[in-house]
Ligand binder design. Structure first.
Ligand code: ASC
Length: 150
């Protein structure tokens, strides 16, 4: 039993230390994963956009909840851009892998911007949220322009 627990611990530790590629059984699983994360982000980011652009009623608490969700989920999709996932059901450009440092920088910029949006949203000031939303949206667009096919 003790040996079994030790073995299990070793496997669990190894699992955490494995590269992201080992976290997906198949390349298409990684593609599905990152797209799912972006879909969730877009849904919650879009709700904030609806509020600050007067498409739906502004609700400070809801804006904050949605911004927190965006910030949390923003940490997920980039693990899905593993080697060998440049083909298949993806709009990712080859530059994601060719200009990996630039892609990483663009990802970090977005993550920082949505983290700031989440902080600003806690304050409940609609104009400030609108400004932070615009800044964050700009980082989404910048990355799409450089790294995503239309
Ligand atoms: C969104 C969304 C994006 C960004 C981007 C901003 O609401 O889903 O990908 O904003 O369109 O330009």
């Amino acid at each position: 039993m003790k040996k079994f627990v030790l073995a299990l611990t070793a496997v669990a530790t190894l699992g955490l230390a494995l590269p992201a590629s080992a976290q997906f059984a198949k390349p298409e699983d990684a593609i599905k994963y990152r797209k799912a994360a972006f879909t969730v982000m877009a849904r919650h980011f879009g709700t904030i956009g609806g509020m600050v652009n007067d498409k739906i009623p502004f609700d400070a608490k809801a804006a904050s909840v949605n911004a927190d969700l965006v910030a949390t989920v923003s940490r997920l999709p980039f693990d899905g851009f593993v080697a060998g996932t440049d083909t298949g059901e993806t709009k990712a450009k080859p530059e994601v892998w060719k200009d990996a440092d630039k892609f990483k920088a663009a990802a970090t910029k977005m993550q920082d911007a949505v983290a700031k949006l989440a902080t600003v949203a806690k304050g409940g000031d609609k104009a400030a949220i609108k400004a932070a939303f615009g800044d964050a949206g700009g980082t989404c667009k910048g990355c799409h322009d450089d790294f995503r096919n239309k």
